[in-house]
Write a protein that binds this ligand. Structure first.
Ligand SMILES: Nc1ccn([C@@H]2O[C@H](COP(=O)(O)OP(=O)(O)OP(=O)(O)O)[C@@H](O)[C@H]2O)c(=O)n1
Ligand SMILES: [Mg+2]
Length: 405
């Protein structure tokens, strides 16, 4: 990407495809007599050469006027001034310049007020790096020195930090999440304001906090971000983490990067010394899906076994490939001495990896004269164990002999 700095104005040449595709949308709004800009995360990520997942547009047009300008639109958040426009097979969120006032509950504005200019809109946004806007010709509008802070690599609240966090307390989590994802530092006053206001996080839904925490954990700079998450008191406002500050510091000393969400949850449970039988309920307090809860529990179970040393082939079979590899990943991150390769080799050498691969089933046993009964289940278990442990070949004849049928 080419950037030119002209009369204090930065212009991006050779815009990536996502923006080129969206340009006609901006053009249509301008042709209809309105102002329109690309705003927020997409401009930030463009300048950082990061992947751009969606392109957001801010405009002076009112929602009704936006709808009139395009053939296809959906009223996604019309009460907040957002209309989703479908154009060229893509969906664009177009939001009228707005300001939000009266945040009684620290999480959503009591009312949205439309404003006439871009500056009014940008100044109620969270961080300077998220206030950048770009016009149709690729010129960057930088009213709050977002470019300077991108260069300095700092997360800095727009204006008075405390006000921004009172408007939306989730922004405190966003601050540490961006630190991790972008490998940025936290500006001093912004950090102090989080430390002063961390209790407001309790007003935010667990789901929204969870989403930010997972992004933080999976980011490349998670170690420093975890440090701030703990230092500022944010961690103490999270489900099950109050008073666990010292243990949570382990996250600042991991031996590498967490690359999987379930591994993160398993690590969290392990680090706060949660007994295996508490993992599912802990996962529920974080409003995780049952599937994620079960996966985390399976990883913790496998971890406990592999780090204790005694792992039979039957154990390996029960863990399964997913829980085993992720438990080994967790062990490596925690610097636990585990002979991962030999466990993986042993797993790979198991005669079967799944119950479904067993050459016989209940129907076969019944044909062999076994009555449907609990004993039938026991026989199947014996067959499965025999095959997994290599005591019998996985074919009908060998299994019939093995089970004395
Ligand atoms: N609590 C929030 C959430 C969002 N924003 C503003 O809305 C933009 C878009 O929000 P969102 O998509 O949630 O975040 P992004 O910054 O785009 O980051 P991501 O990469 O996660 O989408 C942000 O850039 C920021 O300007 C804000 O001020 N306060
Ligand atoms: Mg975004």
């Amino acid at each position: 990407m080419k950037m030119e700095k002209l009369k204090q104005k930065m212009k991006i040449n050779n815009l990536p495809e996502v923006f080129l595709k969206a340009q006609p949308v901006l053009q249509a709004l301008e042709d209809a007599g309105f102002e329109a800009y690309f705003v927020g995360g997409c401009v930030r990520d463009l300048l950082l050469d990061r992947h751009i997942h969606d392109v957001d547009i801010a405009t002076s047009a009112y929602p009704e006027e936006v709808k009139k300008t395009f053939a296809k639109s959906i009223d996604t958040g019309i009460q907040h001034g957002t209309v989703t426009v479908l154009y060229g097979g893509e969906a664009y969120e177009i939001t009228t310049f707005r300001t939000e006032s009266g945040y009684q509950d620290f999480r959503r504005p009591d009312k949205v007020t439309f404003v006439q200019n871009l500056e009014e809109d940008l100044k109620r946004r969270d961080f300077t790096i998220n206030t950048l806007a770009m016009n149709l010709s690729g010129e960057i509008v930088d009213l709050f020195d977002g470019l300077g802070d991108l260069q300095k690599k700092v997360i800095k609240a727009v204006g008075v930090a405390e006000d921004r966090f009172h408007e939306d307390a989730l922004r405190m989590m966003r601050a540490v999440r961006f630190m991790s994802q972008l490998n940025f530092a936290l500006e001093e006053k912004t950090e102090a304001a989080i430390a002063d206001n961390h209790v407001l996080l309790s007003k935010i839904s667990v789901e929204r906090i969870r989403e930010e925490l997972v992004k933080l954990a999976l980011g490349p700079n998670s170690q420093e971000a975890f440090d701030k998450f703990i230092d500022t008191g944010l961690s103490g406002e999270c489900p099950g983490l109050a008073g666990q500050e010292e243990k949570l510091r382990v996250f600042t000393q991991l031996k590498g990067r967490i690359t999987d969400e379930a591994v993160f949850w398993a690590l969290l449970a392990l680090i706060i010394n949660l007994p295996v039988n508490k993992v599912t309920s802990f996962m529920r307090t974080w409003k995780n899906s049952n599937a994620m809860g079960q996966e985390a529990k399976a990883i913790v179970t496998a971890f406990d076994q592999v780090t204790m040393g005694q792992v039979s082939n039957w154990d390996l079979f029960v863990f399964g490939q997913n829980a085993l590899t992720k438990a080994l990943e967790a062990a490596a991150l925690l610097g636990q001495p585990v002979s991962s390769q030999s466990l993986l080799d042993r797993y790979a050498a198991l005669p079967i990896k799944d119950k479904g691969e067993l050459a016989v089933d209940g129907g076969w046993l019944i044909k062999k004269g076994v009555k449907p009964s609990p004993a039938l289940g026991d026989l199947l278990d014996r067959a499965l164990k025999g095959v997994v442990l290599g005591q019998v070949a996985n074919d009908e004849e060998s299994l019939a002999a093995f089970l004395d049928l």
